[in-house]
Unconditional design. Structure first.
Length: 244
């Protein structure tokens, strides 16, 4: 069947459920929502706090034909989908931190984890995982070092089902737009939310750091950094970003 919607009370990671769906050939239009993750994953091997019943954990499988290189900007586009959805609930002061952290007043409110499978030159499946902090408690987050917030702190009580509905709708639209025109469809709108543009930043590339001023994102979603040695472009998979 097309468009499986897997609803789980508990799972290790919704991204794993999506990977299993790919392996079993039931990934067309697949989405998974869970109330709790026991091994929620963040970027670069970090943990994603996933307590029961108060947040949103969703993964979808997006298919693309030919050319994984064209997928470079995809994680930025997914961030924009989250911003569009949260904007519907009156959340102002939303920002995007390259490549794809969603911030509210500079504190992280949502995170995105993309995991790619398949043949980069042929049919390619991308697991698109989104976590939205809706109602986190201090005890859930006691050992989280990054500044964080949640929707309840941002706008008060919200209906999780309403957010899921807007999020799924926004993801669907962004998937269509990206399939048609790639990141170019979203570059301008994304840039309006760019929290680091024009600011001094430090890019971490493996063990070493490169300092510069973030100029902009380019048309494939790369970070354009102005350094003492000229402009350098970075891709999301390889680096992380800090302000200095
Ligand atoms: C990050 O900012 O480091 C990415 C966080 C991504 C979290 C979501 S929650 C749903 C999906 N399942 C996971 O295990 N991770 C993503």
């Amino acid at each position: 069947a097309l468009g499986e919607l897997e609803l789980l009370s508990q799972v290790d990671s919704t991204n794993n459920a999506a990977a299993t769906a790919i392996k079993e050939g039931r990934d067309k239009g697949y989405s998974c929502l869970a109330e709790q993750q026991t091994a929620g994953r963040g970027r670069r091997g970090r943990e994603w706090k996933s307590p029961f019943g108060r947040n949103i954990y969703i993964s979808q499988v997006w298919r693309f034909q030919g050319g994984a290189s064209a997928l470079e900007g995809l994680s930025l586009s997914v961030g924009l989908a989250v911003v569009r959805a949260l904007g519907k609930f009156g959340v102002t002061d939303l920002g995007l931190k390259w490549p794809n952290d969603v911030l509210h007043n500079n504190k992280k409110i949502s995170g995105i984890l993309l995991e790619m499978q398949g043949d980069p030159a042929g049919i390619c499946q991308v697991v698109v995982g989104v976590g939205v902090n809706v109602d986190m408690s201090l005890s859930d987050m006691s050992d989280v070092l990054q500044p964080w917030t949640d929707l309840v702190s941002a706008v008060g009580i919200v209906d999780r089902n309403a957010i899921v509905a807007e999020l799924m709708s926004a993801l669907h639209v962004v998937y269509k737009e990206f399939s048609a025109s790639g990141f170019l469809a979203h570059k301008e709108e994304w840039s309006q939310y760019d929290v680091f543009a024009g600011r001094a930043v430090r890019v971490q590339l493996g063990e070493h750091y490169i300092e510069g001023v973030m100029k902009c994102v380019d048309q494939s979603g790369g970070l354009v950094l102005v350094t003492a040695d000229g402009e350098q472009v970075f891709n999301g998979g390889e680096v992380s970003l800090r302000s200095v």
